[in-house]
Design a protein around this ligand. Structure first.
Ligand SMILES: NC(=O)c1ccc[n+]([C@@H]2O[C@H](COP(=O)([O-])OP(=O)(O)OC[C@H]3O[C@@H](n4cnc5c(N)ncnc54)[C@H](O)[C@@H]3O)[C@@H](O)[C@H]2O)c1
Length: 273
C-alpha cells in the first residue's frame, strides 16, 4: 500500500545484489512510495545481471556502476544521476559491506593489514567518499536524507564479526562527523540504521551466522527485524516525517540492543540453582 511518502523525491540506492539484499527491498519500497531512483553497485556485481530485474520493477530505473572506493566512479555516478533527474538528489542509501579478512577466514588476531585497509575503504571510508562527492558537486537538495546500514558489533563484541566491527565503528563516526557539517551547510540529515542479523549474501559470510541469527532472535522481545521492515524504516527516514533526525545510530532490531536477557534464553540455560 502506498501513502506516497516519497512523492516527488529522487534518490540513489547503492548495494542491491539480489532479492535478499536489504537494498533490493528498499528500492522497491521507495518506488512504491512515489520516489524516482537510480540503482548503483560495483561493476563486478552488475555483471551478475540480477539488478536489471529490479530496475524494471522500479519503473526502468537507470543502473549506473560505481566501485564505491573510486572517487572517479562516484563523480561519474552523481553527475549522470543529477542529469537523469534534471535536478538534485533527495536521498541516498549506502548498503555496502565487505570484510576481506572475514571472507578469507583470517582470525582477528592474525589480521592481514592490506586486506583490512580494503575492508575499511569499502565498508566505511566509502561513506565519506559518497558524502564528499555529493558535497563537492552540491548534488543534494536542502533537507536531503542519507542512510547507511550498520550492525551492533560497533558497540559490543561479536567475535566472529572480526574486522567488520572496526569498520562499522568508523562508519558510525563518519555519520556523526559528516552529519554535523552537512546539517550546518544544507540541513542534510545523515544517520545509520543498525539492523538485526538478516539472511543475505553479506550476512551469511560471517562465520557461525546461523547461531548468531537464532541467538539474536531469542534475545529480542519482538524477534529479529525482517528485511521488509528494514526497508520500511529506511523509507520513513527518507521522508519528511523525520526531517529533524540526524547524526544518530538508530537500532532496528526488535529490542535486542536494550535487552539484558529474555525468558526464552533463561529457559534454555536451565535452572542453575
Ligand atoms: N545481513 C545482515 O545480517 C546485516 C545486518 C546489519 C547490517 N548489515 C549491513 O547491510 C548492508 C547491506 O548488506 P546486505 O546484508 O544486504 O548484503 P548484500 O551482500 O546483499 O549487500 C552488500 C553489497 O555491497 C556491495 N559492494 C561490495 N563491495 C563494493 C564496492 N567496492 N563498491 C560498491 N558496492 C560494493 C555488494 O555488491 C553488495 O551489493 C551492509 O552494510 C551490511 O554490513 C547487514
Amino acid at each position: 500500500m502506498s501513502n506516497n511518502l516519497l512523492k516527488g523525491k529522487k534518490g540513489i540506492i547503492f548495494g542491491a545484489l539480489d532479492e535478499k539484499s536489504l537494498a533490493w527491498k528498499t528500492a522497491l519500497k521507495c518506488y512504491e512510495q512515489g520516489a524516482q531512483i537510480v540503482l548503483s553497485n560495483a561493476p563486478v556485481a552488475l555483471r551478475m545481471g540480477e539488478i536489471n530485474k529490479l530496475a524494471e520493477q522500479c519503473g526502468n530505473a537507470p543502473v549506473i556502476g560505481a566501485d564505491v572506493t573510486s572517487m572517479e566512479d562516484l563523480k561519474n555516478l552523481f553527475e549522470k544521476t543529477t542529469e537523469h533527474f534534471g535536478g538534485k538528489i533527495d536521498f541516498i542509501l549506502h548498503s555496502i559491506g565487505m570484510g576481506i579478512n572475514v571472507r578469507k577466514g583470517k582470525h582477528y588476531t592474525e589480521m592481514n593489514y592490506e586486506w583490512n585497509l580494503k575492508t575499511l575503504d569499502i565498508s566505511a571510508i566509502s561513506f565519506h567518499k559518497v558524502l564528499r562527492t555529493a558535497w563537492d558537486l552540491d548534488a543534494l537538495n536542502e533537507g536531503a536524507s542519507v542512510v547507511a546500514l550498520t550492525y551492533i558489533a560497533a558497540q559490543r563484541v561479536f567475535p566472529d564479526y572480526n574486522e567488520m566491527a572496526d569498520a562499522k565503528s568508523l562508519l558510525e563516526s563518519i555519520t556523526r562527523m559528516f552529519g554535523y557539517y552537512y546539517g550546518e551547510k544544507k540541513k542534510v540529515r545523515v544517520n545509520t540504521i543498525s539492523q538485526s542479523p538478516t539472511k543475505t549474501t553479506a550476512g551469511g559470510g560471517v562465520k557461525g551466522f546461523d547461531g548468531f541469527y537464532n541467538y539474536a532472535d531469542k534475545m529480542s522481545p519482538l524477534g529479529n527485524a525482517p528485511t521488509e521492515d528494514c526497508a520500511n524504516y529506511i523509507t520513513v527516514m527518507f521522508s519528511d516525517l523525520t526531517r529533524m533526525v540526524t547524526m544518530q545510530n538508530l537500532f532496528h532490531d526488535g529490542g535486542y540492543s536494550f535487552t539484558g536477557v529474555t525468558s526464552s534464553i533463561i529457559e534454555q540455560m536451565g535452572d542453575l540453582k
